[in-house]
Design a binder for this molecule. Sequence first.
Ligand code: ATP
Length: 203
Amino acid sequence: MRIGVFGGTFDPPHVGHLLLAADARDALNLDRLIFVPASAQPLKVESPAVASARDRLEMIRLVVADDANYQVDETEIDRKGLSYTVDTLEHLSARYPGAQIFLLLGQDALESFGQWKNPERIRELATVAAMQRSGAKGSRPGASAKGVVTISTRRVDVSSTEIRDRLRAGKSIKGFVPESVERFIDARGLYRGGRTVPPEEDQ
Ligand code: ATP
């Protein structure tokens, strides 16, 4: 079985994430794609998540609901504290023995990969799939190093930051996120004011 692992804060998940997932699924011929929402990202401690872990998890569940090959892994959220990809991959490779695991890394994740905890072990547990946005500076579609495959993905100029900014400014986010996520954000009143993380999550 070929499994893709896609981690992120997903604060909120948006169409850029979905199109990256679709491109990865096609290019790597994945049987399953597992979204892994982070509890707290070690390299994002300066800008922690705005929505609570529970709300982010709920939004990712809505994203995967329509696709039988998409799943959510909740271990980083359950583990709390800082989320290290190496721990998640240890858990997934024990859970799916014999599976070939591809770790999907977008542009920013790739740039910081050298600073992650135990990158050598990560590359033993998974093949790194470097998702290069086409047209990106320095992108070399098809280039590969040992344990790394480079995949060209489309350029979608959208980020969670922009979506949060739009909501704060009272603008519509139609088309930026799946409708189910838009409805959830609306119903919960997320991102309109400040952070909605409960105090226990900030410890
Ligand atoms: P923020 O704006 O809050 O930093 P983000 O939109 O980058 O968030 P993350 O949850 O941090 O979202 O994204 C997870 C991964 O998805 C990132 O490592 C990034 O490489 C990739 N990604 C995010 N947005 C896009 C996009 N528009 N196109 C392709 N990949 C993306």
